[in-house]
Design a protein around this ligand. Structure first.
Ligand code: FAD
Ligand code: SF4
Length: 458
């Protein structure tokens, strides 16, 4: 059995000073060695573990036959964003986590193979001639993140006239404004979204549903037979401590949006700089915290550290992202919980944190952080808060009878909300999750919407 192939990375001391992509992908020889490791299982567990159920053994066999275009088409049937997912999916918990080879050896690098095929198709402009028979029923999508895009493609393939409304001035949701360029180049996002336009899906930007147009208007005036809400979880959670409103304190979403969407790293070519200073504290231990820390480093900060209330083993971020952050010089200050942010002349200058110890295990199975009597104060120039996101309440606040739970997530049954004909999926339903889970929700909702329209109107 060949060893699992290792993807080349940009040198750590070079990459932490620029925004170029870190992981360089497999070369053709690696692709074939890796594909040859697949056992072509009779009952492939990887397929079940993939939230959009890509036929993994089939596309791997097509790679071995050197029919890359066909292999790409096999993926594209179930996943319209293979170049994106090949890069950002936490495969270790999904397809690769279930690969039978992982029991004795290392699992097949399914994500890297998917990325290869996605990139191959973009580079070679592989075009998929999908024969769609229009049924002239109109549906719309609120939000152009992975859930909205996946829904739009699936419902359009069933013949529906499909319109996507997006609040921002560009499409892709977190793929566009959250995940940094060095993990997911925006040219890849552009090309994969552009391909959807060839399905005749229409996109409308700068439309905030709930403000520019209400759900009621979409139903009654615009006559959409069904609406799919995929507005994500873009509202940052706050620490609720003193000093959080000082200058130099950012929420990770705002910080990453300024850098990714507004291209703050390319000042003065883009007129929205973001000032971080030499010493940056990032509060939180998830993927968003790792992204924010690595971006701050690339913006030129000398000392960037993660402040986290548990220990290294409990960090919720992907192991790979933690590893890359350490390589790039990010420091970890652990078992510390922020209690106050200090400043002078409205500008942050230090953060006070309580020293924690680990207690009994909590519901998450991790040891609970317990406060001690000790505190430390650390000098900083800026602070980025990355402790999770919640759904934005705009739609809920402007839509009568739309039921949400205590956390503001839309309540659904078989993807349908409390309002007939209005469906929802992705982070707005589950809370912050993953790209491919959001895409799975979009795909599933398309089937439910099709059933609903056929049963209600035909
Ligand atoms: P979103 O991607 O949030 O898209 C929602 C869209 O709806 C946005 O474009 C928003 O502008 C729009 N919208 C909101 N309100 C309205 C409105 N009222 N009217 C019109 N449009 C509206 N997951 C991974 O799998 N791998 C990763 O590596 C990863 N890294 C991440 C890094 C960061 C910094 C963040 C924040 C998240 C990351 N995630 C990652 C999580 C993943 O991106 C999300 O789970 C996924 O994007 C959710 O998809 P969605 O379509 O539900 O929502
Ligand atoms: Fe191949 Fe692993 Fe899937 Fe089996 S589980 S088909 S070995 S990728």
């Amino acid at each position: 059995m060949n060893n699992r192939q290792i993807m080349s990375l940009l040198d750590k001391d070079t990459r932490n000073k620029n925004f170029e992509e870190v992981a360089l992908g497999f070369n053709l020889s690696q692709v074939h060695i890796e594909a040859s490791r697949c056992l072509d299982c009779k009952d492939p567990r990887c397929v079940k573990a993939c939230p959009v159920n890509i036929n993994i053994p089939k596309f791997i066999k097509e790679i071995l036959d050197k029919d890359y275009e066909k292999a790409y088409q096999t993926i594209y049937e179930d996943n319209i964003l293979p170049s994106v997912c090949g890069r950002v999916c936490p495969q270790e918990n999904q397809c690769e986590g279930s690969c039978i080879l992982g029991i004795k050896y290392q699992p097949v690098a399914i994500g890297a193979l998917e990325r290869f095929l996605g990139d191959y198709s973009l580079k070679n402009d592989c075009c998929i001639d999908e024969h769609i028979v229009d049924n002239h029923d109109k549906v719309c999508v609120v939000g152009s993140g992975p859930a909205g895009l996946s829904f739009a493609a699936s419902i359009r393939r069933l013949g529906y006239t499909t319109h996507v409304y997006e609040a921002l001035h560009d499409f892709g949701g977190v793929l566009r404004y959250g995940i940094p360029e060095f993990r997911l180049p925006k040219s890849v996002v552009d090309k994969e979204i552009h391909r959807l336009e060839s399905l005749n899906i229409e996109f409308f930007k700068n439309v905030i549903v709930g403000k520019t147009l209400t759900i009621k208007q979409l139903q009654e005036e615009y006559k959409y037979k069904a609406i799919f809400i995929a507005s994500g979880a873009g509202l940052p959670n706050s620490l609720n401590i003193k000093g959080e409103n000082l200058n130099g304190v950012y929420y990770a979403n705002e910080f990453l949006t300024r850098v990714n969407l507004m291209k703050a790293y390319d000042f003065p070519n883009h007129p929205t700089p973001v000032k971080v200073g030499d010493n940056v504290c990032v509060v939180g231990g998830g993927n968003v915290a790792m992204d924010a820390a690595r971006v701050a480093k690339r913006l030129g900060s000398k000392n960037v550290f993660i402040l986290y209330r548990r220990n290294m083993d409990a960090l919720p971020a992907r192991k790979e992202e933690i590893h890359h952050a350490i390589e790039e010089g990010i420091e970890f200050k652990l078992l510390l919980n922020p209690v106050e942010i200090y400043g002078e002349n409205y500008q942050v200058n230090s953060i006070k944190a309580q020293v924690m110890r680990l207690g009994e295990k909590d519901q998450s199975g991790r040891q609970k952080p317990m406060p001690t009597d000790d505190f430390i104060t650390i000098d900083i120039d800026s602070c980025i808060i990355a402790i999770g996101q919640s759904p934005n309440p705009i739609i809920k606040n402007h839509t009568e009878n739309l039921i949400t739970d205590q956390k503001g997530r839309i309540t659904v049954k078989d993807c349908e909300t409390s309002i007939p004909g209005v469906f929802a999926g992705g982070d707005i339903v589950t809370g912050a999750a993953t790209v491919i889970e959001a895409m799975g929700a979009g795909k599933c909702a398309a089937q439910q919407v099709d059933d609903y329209i056929k049963n209600t109107f035909h």
